[in-house]
Design a protein around this ligand. Structure first.
Ligand SMILES: Nc1ncnc2c1ncn2[C@@H]1O[C@H](COP(=O)(O)OP(=O)(O)OP(=O)(O)O)[C@@H](O)[C@H]1O
Ligand SMILES: [Mg+2]
Length: 231
């Protein structure tokens, strides 16, 4: 099975503050967490801080105070965005994957071969020469995943990776993510998806308000959401 235990993510009293029209606003924290499970889901209302947490861990956002730590070392991290168009770089499917392999594989023919294998693994073996613009959203999402996999990540962060997908594509994509043998931290509004995680964090207003096994955490989130809808 996966080697999740080889990456532990630590957040020690981490806060993120932003400048909101001249006055400081805390959008996350303080949050302290130790993340060791292989599949962790992050749920919570719009604006509750889920993407900020992922971006912090990816190093795209710096904490205003506190510290993000990794052990035994900072992992090679793949980030899957909600909008795959944002992360596809090349206009042709195969070229995009080959581009992701550029650093690790110097031989061009070998890059082509590896890209073909990776595309096959996400069910796009026959789309290597397709334009990324002609793909459906789901296919594009799969190309984005293939590009992330090509870089052989030791940690995958996914920010609502299935919001553009139909039920079948979302289910397939989820299964593919779950089968990855790398630790996965995923922000999602899809509670069925979250239910398949080992641990679920519930965010509210920049804070972790529940941190539990899926059933208990999701029940907490439902109560919270329904209370707010009713008030
Ligand atoms: N750079 C920034 N400057 C100002 N405010 C920001 C910045 N980044 C995020 N925010 C604010 O921080 C809050 C948390 O945002 P975040 O994107 O983490 O929420 P989220 O839980 O991912 O929401 P969603 O479910 O809508 O994706 C929001 O109110 C957002 O407007
Ligand atoms: Mg978000």
């Amino acid at each position: 099975m996966g080697n999740r235990s080889s990456v532990t993510i630590g957040l020690e009293a981490v806060s993120v503050q932003v400048d909101d029209a001249g006055s400081p606003r805390r959008i996350l924290g303080p949050v302290s967490l130790e993340l060791t499970e292989r599949v962790i889901a992050v749920v919570g209302a719009n604006g509750s801080g889920k993407s900020t947490l992922l971006r912090l861990i990816a190093g795209l956002v710096e904490p205003t105070s506190g510290e993000v730590t990794f052990s035994p070392q900072v992992p090679r991290t793949g980030f899957i965005f909600a909008n795959p168009q944002a992360q596809l770089i090349m206009p042709v499917v195969g070229e995009d994957i080959e581009f992701s392999l550029k650093d690790s594989v110097t031989d061009r023919a070998e890059r082509r071969r590896r890209a073909a294998v990776i595309l096959e693994s996400v069910g796009l073996g026959d789309r290597r020469d397709s334009s990324v613009y002609q793909l459906s959203s789901g296919e594009r999402q799969k190309v984005a995943l293939a590009g992330v996999l090509a870089a052989e990540p030791e940690l995958v962060l996914a920010d609502e990776p299935t919001t553009l997908l139909d039920l079948r594509a979302a289910t397939e994509f989820q299964q593919r993510l779950m089968r990855l043998e790398v630790p996965l931290l995923i922000a999602t509004h899809d509670l069925d998806f979250a239910a398949g995680a080992e641990r679920v964090l519930v965010f509210d207003n920049g804070q972790v308000v529940a941190d539990d096994e899926p059933a208990a955490a999701i029940a907490h989130y439902r109560r919270l959401a329904l209370r707010e809808a009713g008030s």
